[in-house]
Each structure stands twice: as structure tokens, then as C-alpha cells.
Design a protein around this ligand. Structure first.
Ligand code: NDP
Ligand code: GDR
Length: 371
């Protein structure tokens, strides 16, 4: 019998990589997707299998973390061995605009999964992974941040995830369920959502060097993040659920970098050197040199500016994780370092916009005919 996994948030960055990983391990993978007025399955279309065929091992269900009855029905039908709760309103800045919804989906949504498993009598069979986050650490209490570091959430997103973290611990202790938190630090990839800072940068840089955009507007350039590759991080999720006892784990690289340096590294991938001048909201990035003959870029051109619209009411300034426990107990080790991550993201975005530019230059509109 194949093992069955149910993934919430399967249409997201991590959902897509995790589904690929579990399929490669022989799992039957079930995913919950939300109904949307436009297709939202781009990241998993390559995994799609015609449900009319026999032996289908990738199955999608419509659902939502705000709908208990729906979750109970899906879990009852699937009877999963493992649930990966990755679904969430995952954008920190947007959570300040939609705090109540974020609490419902990210906080109570976690409870709905745990409670569905409990009341369906699956507490002994079904293992649960909760997508917890380094945002729980928020205002710096100590560095590097480990499983023992106190939490101090700084956004409605982080507060909702704090509830998700503790309700997972509580169900483990109260009902003896195999429920674990992965406290994952930022992880990125070519599949990263376009409004998170790394992808915004690699997309923006790819367009700027190809003459498709003049400048990139960013918020806090001083923020420091411990960035890894999502492909490595979904391996850790899987390992957490294969242990003999349920425990919580920090997943991180242990290296932190500013947003400003991520910008420089991304331009450098395209052969462009950028330097920053000025202070605070007046800081700007300028081109110093371009060694790539493919691009026509003037030295001194302003390519990065600050837009305070991207500042957060309360910011998380510094994240740096201590992955000692996951490295020793899980045997987890990332394959990608930051340089390789930037290379992977830049290669994908340069190619994406090279194609888009070619189509435009040939006179094809890449916009929907109704726009
Ligand atoms: P994404 O934003 O790429 O994906 C989020 C997924 O959740 C999407 O599939 C989205 O669906 C789905 N979703 C959103 N709201 C609901 C809802 N109400 N009901 C059901 N599904 C919903 O996030 P990531 O893949 O980057 O992250 C995965 C998880 O890990 C999230 O919980 C995130 O908070 C957490 N996390 C992420 C980190 C990171 O650096 N990436 C670090 C630490 C934790 P749709 O496609 O329809 O929008
Ligand atoms: P984060 O990721 O908030 O850490 O949450 P994000 O990439 O949005 O921001 C990282 C840092 O960059 C600064 N920043 C900007 N951020 C965005 N989005 N856009 C900008 O223009 C910009 N300019 C500067 C931010 O202020 C911040 O300091 C991500 C999400 O995936 C969460 O779901 C997850 O839990 C955490 O990572 C770990």
C-alpha cells in the first residue's frame, strides 16, 4: 500500500516542491486547492494526472482552511498517513491589511486540521506537520535563534502563526498526537511568490538589465534574513515526520544577509556591479559597471530606490537560525548556499524575461486579449 499524504497550500511554493518530493518517494499525494476565478495551479500543472486514468497518485480537492466541514470531509475521505499544513495567508506586510482573515486561516486553520484528525479518530494514524516560521522570533531576543529562543511576534501573521505553533504543541501533549512544528527560516526559489523580496529583486533585476523596467522600488534594505532554498527545506519537512518521536525543529542555514546585499548579488549574477549611496529613504542604488556585452546599461544609472510604502508598521530586523538540532537529529544538510540560490533564481528570471522580451519584440502581446 502506498503511503498517503495530504498537503494544504499545495498550489504555493513549498506545496509544489513537497508534492514533487513525496511523489518521487512513492506516496499518493492529495492536495487542497482553493477555488479561484483564474487558474492558480501553475506551480503544479506538471504533476497533474488525469483523474479518469487508473493508478492516479496525484489528487486535488477543493477546500479552504476557513471551512471546518470541508476539511473534515477531505480528511475522512483521504485517511492520510501524513498531513502537511502549508496553507496560509503567508505575506507578512499583507497581514497588517487583513489581520482577522490571517488569524482565521493561519491560526484557527491549524486548529481545524488538528481537531478534524482528533474527532475522526485518526490521532494514532495521522502525523501532522505544521508550517511554523522564524517570524515567531520577531523582535530580537537572542541570536542565533534556536528551538529554545523565546518568541516575540511582530505582525498579525506572526501572532496567528504563534497560535498555530502552540496549538500543535498542545494537541501533541494533550492527545498524544504525532504533531510537529518546523520552524523554518526564509526559503526561496524560482517558484517564490512575486511580492516576496527575493523574487521581487530577481524579477526586477532581470527586467532592468534587459531594458524592460527602469528601476526597482524596495522598502527596508537593512533587514537581515537567513535565506535558504525551498527544495532543501521541503526535505526537512519530510524528515520531521519520519522520526520516532514528534518534536519541533529549526530549519535554517545559520548565515544572515541584508536585503541590500541580496540586490547586489542578483545584479552581479547578470554581470552588473551596483553600489548604494545616500541614507534612509534617500538611499539609492547606481550602476558602477557592466561586464555583460548582452546588456546596454549606462554607468551611473539609478536602478534602486526606496519607497516607504514597503515599510512595515513593526519590522523584524534580524533573523539568523541555529540549525544544530536538525543537522544532528534529522541528519538534514542544505545542498544550496546563498550564492547558488541567487544563481538559480536569476537564471530562471533572466530566461523568463528574455522570452517575454522576444515575444514583445516580435509584436506578440503577452497580455490577455480582454485586458
Ligand atoms: P505561499 O504563499 O507560496 O503558499 C501558500 C499556500 O496557501 C497557497 O497554496 C495558497 O493558495 C494557500 N492558502 C492561502 N490561504 C488559504 C486558505 N484559506 N485555505 C487553503 N489554502 C490557502 O507560501 P509558501 O509556500 O512560501 O509557504 C508555505 C507555508 O510555510 C506557509 O504556511 C508559510 O506561512 C510558511 N512559511 C514559509 C516560509 C518561507 O520562507 N517560504 C518560512 C516559514 C514558514 P493560493 O495559491 O490559492 O493562494
Ligand atoms: P518575510 O519575507 O517578511 O521575511 O516573510 P519578505 O520577503 O516579504 O521580506 C523580507 C524582508 O525584506 C524587507 N523588504 C521587502 N519585503 C517585501 N516583501 N517587499 C519589498 O519591497 C521589500 N523591501 C524590503 C522586508 O521589510 C523584510 O524585512 C517570509 C514569508 O514567506 C513568511 O510567510 C515566512 O514565515 C517568513 O518569510 C519566514
Amino acid at each position: 500500500m502506498k503511503k498517503k499524504a495530504l498537503i494544504t497550500g499545495i498550489t504555493g511554493q513549498d506545496g509544489a516542491y513537497l508534492a514533487e518530493l513525496l511523489l518521487s518517494k512513492g506516496y499518493e499525494v492529495h492536495g487542497i486547492k482553493r477555488r479561484s476565478s483564474l487558474f492558480n495551479t501553475d506551480r503544479i500543472d506538471h504533476l497533474y494526472q488525469d483523474p479518469h486514468e487508473t493508478e492516479v497518485s496525484f489528487i486535488m480537492h477543493y477546500g479552504d482552511l476557513t471551512d471546518s466541514a470541508n476539511l473534515i470531509r477531505i480528511i475522512q475521505q483521504v485517511q492520510p498517513d501524513e498531513i502537511y499544513n502549508l496553507g496560509a495567508m503567508s505575506h507578512v506586510k499583507v497581514s497588517f491589511d487583513t489581520p482577522e482573515y490571517t488569524a482565521n486561516a493561519d491560526g484557527i486553520g491549524t486548529l481545524r486540521i488538528l481537531e478534524a484528525v482528533r474527532l475522526l479518530g485518526l490521532g494514532e494514524k495521522t502525523r501532522i506537520y505544521q508550517a511554523s516560521t522564524s517570524e515567531l522570533y520577531g523582535l530580537v531576543q537572542e541570536v542565533p535563534q534556536s528551538e529554545k529562543t523565546p518568541f516575540y511576534p511582530r505582525s498579525p501573521y506572526a501572532v496567528a502563526k504563534l497560535y498555530g505553533y502552540w496549538i500543535t504543541v498542545n494537541y501533541r501533549e494533550a492527545y498524544n498526537m504525532f504533531a510537529c512544528n518546523g520552524i523554518l527560516f526564509n526559503h526561496e526559489s524560482p517558484l517564490r511568490g512575486e511580492t516576496f523580496v527575493t523574487r521581487k529583486i530577481t524579477r526586477g533585476v532581470s527586467k532592468i538589465v534587459q531594458g524592460m523596467q527602469s528601476s526597482l522600488f524596495l522598502g527596508n534594505l537593512d533587514a537581515k534574513r537567513d535565506w535558504g532554498h525551498a527544495k532543501d527545506y521541503v526535505e526537512a519537512m519530510y524528515l520531521i515526520l519520519q522520526q520516532d518521536t514528534p518534536e519541533d525543529f529549526v530549519i535554517a542555514t545559520g548565515i544572515t544577509t541584508t536585503v541590500r546585499d541580496f540586490v547586489k548579488m542578483s545584479f552581479a549574477e547578470a554581470g552588473v556591479e551596483v553600489e548604494f549611496k545616500g541614507e534612509g529613504v534617500n538611499e539609492k542604488g547606481y550602476i558602477v559597471s557592466c561586464s555583460n556585452p548582452e546588456y546596454q546599461l549606462e554607468t551611473g544609472k539609478e536602478v534602486v530606490s526606496i519607497d516607504p510604502r514597503y515599510f512595515r508598521p513593526t519590522e523584524v530586523e534580524l533573523l539568523i537560525g541555529d540549525p544544530t538540532k536538525s543537522m544532528t537529529k534529522l541528519g538534514w544538510k542544505p545542498k544550496y548556499d546563498l550564492q547558488m540560490l541567487v544563481q538559480d533564481m536569476m537564471a530562471a528570471d533572466l530566461e523568463l524575461f528574455r522570452r517575454e522580451k522576444t515575444l514583445k519584440d516580435l509584436g506578440y502581446s503577452i497580455k490577455n486579449q480582454y485586458e
